[in-house]
Unconditional design. Structure first.
Lengths: 510, 372
């Protein structure tokens, strides 16, 4: 093999209508290295990778694979060129076995048996070679998320991929699983594979990559050796100005108990999602709930927010019982009682994407007398309120008539935050406040949450980002399998200890 | 950033679709050996060439406004109410029941009562599919279609066994009393040349009032806001504390009531008795009208007018060009539905591209050129 870089991009440009998603991108990744790509949402990382994998066709520019100019009109061509992609959301058939998934789309003939036998042999070899241990006969839905991801990687290796693209691979993993993934990536690198890692977690970039490229507004602004840079510097390159990665806050001054949850249980679709959760939140404190997604945090927020009925347990607000089932357990009643709710998913819950910004500012509060005059809604008042909130919460562009879907993720979230926090609710439920939000907006939203705490309000924070939990919370609980595994104070714990709890390991068992 | 101006979305695209549909229709007419131009001429003249033509066109349009609004309101909650036909039939039953049962002193009182009964009966007919959808998740498309058949069978039974006048051979009710007859086009617009020869009656004003009320409901009231929010995203609606059961029920009751109002125009205004199959497919045309009108009352009025003209012009065409049969008229109407409803994206994509290209060129030109 020559010394030519595994991948070289020259002058790649791509526009979607008036939006220039990629502008004259040049990038070169040496064989046998791990290359990170960081950038805020909408910086053009996904577009670039989609071009490389043949989902989009670039308007201009060339792709060289191992020094050879290569056209990649579709994903079949990408696979032929030795490029494999592991998507953020796995593309596996849930009720197939590992083997069946691996050969899916790469069967040799009309009969499955010979392919499966061949795949079994190859899979055993691959597993040994790279430490990718998976039971080939296991059904996908029985596997943990970390193992499912291994299947995705095996699928690519089975297709002879030399270049692996991983899109936000650690988003759904526990810290321990992420560690294991990194060990696998190191093995792959040692075997001469080239890896492109797309992530927004600067810590991961520092830990695993050899070189890193920063994208901002469709342009590749910098490419540096990881050893020569720091997280602060990378963040500055991504945003274009200095940002605070650490949250500034004073010691909490907890007051009376606002929310008291006792033995809360939820069974949904025949599965127990919450198995007896109890905790208290006081005035002036942020109670953080850490955990890998899907361990009951969503159900907890939805029960407290009045979106889902509990099957057992009780909740009280300022000592008075808060209904968790029946007609009085709904979002309108919760808002009337001073509970704000920034939901986990702003696109399917927090906002109506087709509604204009001003309509979204009234969402959930549309029965508020100040938004109404008689039988009709007072659209002028709502628009004025929206313009005012947009100015104070720095929503860009500050245009109340723009549909929600036309705002960036960060600005959409600011609209939700403005709506839910501006009324200074006694209790604020916050789920994944900064998921898919750019660094500048993260900083802003974190400040808002702390400001609300300092006004003496109680805050329940659910996040899968450990950094966020550690940085904001005054007390941390870890959820695993519908239960709270333990409570910690942020100053007395670290990511590893929380990571163990997130994986369901308690001190007694460890 | 909007892909194109609103007028292009509301006016230009439906217009192009209609022109395309008419071109293809012309082709079909040419294939059977008739002149498409002459056929077009006859249709336009038949629909708009005289007060007589206008009278019929507006009469049909009144039906389609009601059924179109019915579908449009349900659309806003993402409910596909295909049961306009059956709901209108039940509305007709309601009209007949109250007009035959009571001796009305004046048409205005009779009208108020008939409206109440038409809406009540039709809404009740929509309520059951709505309940099944809201509580059991039975798809409303399936249930409303099935309810059309039940309604039709029910009306046959009632007209033959209950309402039929003793000794009469035809399955229809007795004529309503003279006092209940609605003022026709000749009464309120005789100065425009309308006369009693057309079935046009004051129901058209009720239809226009309904348009205004629907517009107010959807875009100005809390209920309309909740209906639209629910239609866009049920999870978001639940998050905001909007009760899906309530929204599905209320929306379908309103939708059904609007479909039922069609019976005022036909049963009370035109036939002045309950006849079999008086809906004549208007419930289904309402779907096309709502689709083409983008579920907006103004769009519904324009689309209803178009379909009214197609009905009336088509009838004239059949009369003047015997080679063009009743089925040919249906083909032409179907082509309009196909192009405006199902093939919408075929026109939309190129038009969007055109506007984007224009916009880019304009932006380009607007940028100040660097000095040499």
């Amino acid at each position: 093999m020559t010394d030519a870089p595994a991948i070289e991009l020259r002058g790649i440009s791509k526009a979607f209508g008036p939006v220039q998603a990629n502008k004259d991108i040049a990038m070169s990744v040496a064989r046998g290295t791990i290359h990170g790509i960081v950038g805020e949402n909408g910086a053009g990382k996904s577009t670039l990778m989609s071009i490389l994998y043949g989902f989009y066709k670039a308007d201009a520019g060339e792709i060289f694979i191992n020094g050879k100019a290569t056209a990649i009109p579709d994903s079949q061509a990408a696979i032929r060129a030795g490029i494999g992609m592991v998507h953020q959301h796995f593309k596996l058939v849930e009720n197939f076995t590992v083997l069946e998934n691996v050969i899916l789309g790469a069967e040799d003939g009309a009969l499955l048996r010979p392919s499966i036998a061949k795949a079994r042999r190859l899979l055993t070899e691959l597993s040994k070679e790279y430490g990718l241990k998976v039971d080939p006969d296991a059904i996908i839905e029985d596997l943990s998320v970390g193992h499912q991801q291994r299947v995705e990687i095996l699928k690519q290796l089975y297709r002879h991929a030399d270049i692996l693209i991983l899109d936000e691979p650690t988003g759904v993993l526990t810290p321990a699983e992420a560690d294991q993934l990194f060990r696998i990536l190191e093995r792959l690198r040692a075997e001469g594979k080239t890896i492109i890692l797309i992530t927004h977690k600067l810590r991961e970039i520092m830990e695993i990559t050899d070189t890193v490229s920063v994208m901002r507004r469709g342009e590749m602004t910098n490419t540096v050796k990881t050893a020569d840079t720091s997280p602060a510097e990378l963040a500055e390159m991504m945003v274009g100005r200095k940002v605070l990665l650490q949250v500034d806050k004073t010691q909490a001054q907890p007051g009376e108990v606002v929310l008291s949850v006792r033995d809360l249980r939820v069974t949904h679709g025949g599965v127990a999602r919450l198995k007896g959760v109890s905790f208290d939140i006081r005035r002036g404190e942020i109670f953080g709930i850490a955990g890998v997604a899907g361990n009951g945090q969503t159900e907890l927020l939805e029960v407290l927010g009045g979106m889902m009925a509990a099957t057992g347990g009780s909740v009280s607000l300022f000592g008075a019982p808060l209904p968790v089932t029946g007609p009085d357990a709904n979002g309108q009643a919760r808002r009337a009682q001073g509970i704000g709710h920034v939901p986990e998913d702003r696109q399917t819950e927090g906002l109506i994407m087709a509604f204009e910004a001003w309509e979204n500012v009234a969402f959930g509060y549309h029965r508020d007398p100040k938004y109404n005059s008689g039988p009709l809604m007072d659209n002028t008042a709502i628009r004025a309120d929206c313009a005012d909130k947009m100015a104070r919460y720095d929503v860009r562009p500050p245009n109340p008539r723009l549909p929600a879907r036309n705002f960036s993720g960060g600005n959409q979230q600011k609209i939700v935050v403005a709506r839910e926090m501006d009324r200074a609710p006694d209790l604020l439920l916050v789920g994944q406040p900064t998921r898919g939000v750019d660094i500048g907006a993260i900083e802003f939203i974190h400040k808002q949450i702390i400001a609300l705490r300092d006004q003496g309000k109680a805050i329940l924070l659910v996040s899968v980002e450990l950094d966020e939990i550690m940085g904001l919370s005054d007390r941390i609980a870890v959820m695993f399998d519908g239960q709270i595994m333990g409570e910690r104070l942020p100053q007395d714990t670290d990511q590893n200890a929380l990571g163990l709890l997130m994986a369901g390991v308690t001190e007694g068992a460890a | 950033m909007d892909k194109m101006p609103k007028w292009a979305d509301v006016v230009l695209i439906p217009l192009i679709s209609v022109v395309l549909a008419l071109l293809v229709s012309g082709l079909v007419v040419a294939i059977i050996g008739e002149s498409p131009l002459r056929a077009m001429q006859i249709m336009v003249r038949g629909a708009f060439g005289s007060a007589y033509g206008w009278g019929y066109t507006l009469y049909y349009a009144t039906n389609f406004i009601f059924t179109g609004l019915a579908v449009a309101v349900a659309f806003h909650a993402r409910l596909f109410n295909i049961g306009g036909e059956g709901q209108a039939a039940l509305g007709g039953l309601g009209v007949a029941v109250i007009l035959l049962a009571v001796d009305w002193p004046h048409w205005s009182l009779a009208l108020a009562a008939a409206m109440g009964f038409a809406m009540l009966f039709a809404a009740a007919w929509a309520a059951l599919p709505a309940y099944l959808q809201a509580k059991r998740g039975s798809h409303i498309v399936i249930t409303t279609i099935m309810f059309n058949y039940i309604a039709s069978a029910l009306l046959v039974y009632l007209l033959v066994n209950v309402f039929r006048v003793e000794g009469s051979m035809s399955p229809e009710s007795a004529r309503f009393a003279e006092n209940t007859h609605l003022p026709g086009g000749g009464d309120f617009a005789g100065f425009l040349g309308f006369s009693a020869t057309t079935p046009l009656n004051i129901s058209i004003f009720l239809a226009l009032i309904a348009c205004v009320l629907v517009w107010l409901l959807i875009w100005r009231t809390r209920l309309g806001y909740e209906i639209r929010a629910f239609g866009q995203s049920e999870t978001a609606a639940v998050y905001a504390g909007i009760n899906p059961f309530k929204i599905i029920m209320i929306t379908m009751l309103i939708s059904g009531a609007l479909a039922g109002m069609m019976a005022i125009n036909v049963v009370m205004g035109e036939a002045e008795r309950l006849v079999l199959d008086f809906t004549e497919g208007a419930g289904f045309v309402g779907i096309a009208v709502a689709l083409m009108g983008r579920s907006h009352p103004v769009g519904v009025v324009l689309a209803a007018l178009l379909f009214g003209a197609l009905y009336q012009g088509g009838a004239e065409l059949q009369f003047e060009m015997p080679a063009i049969s009743r089925e040919m008229i249906v083909v032409i109407q179907a082509l309009v539905i196909l192009f405006t409803g199902a093939l919408d994206n075929m026109v939309r994509m190129p038009v969007q591209k055109l506007f984007l290209a224009l916009k880019r060129r304009r932006d380009h030109a607007a940028r100040p050129t660097p000095e040499a």
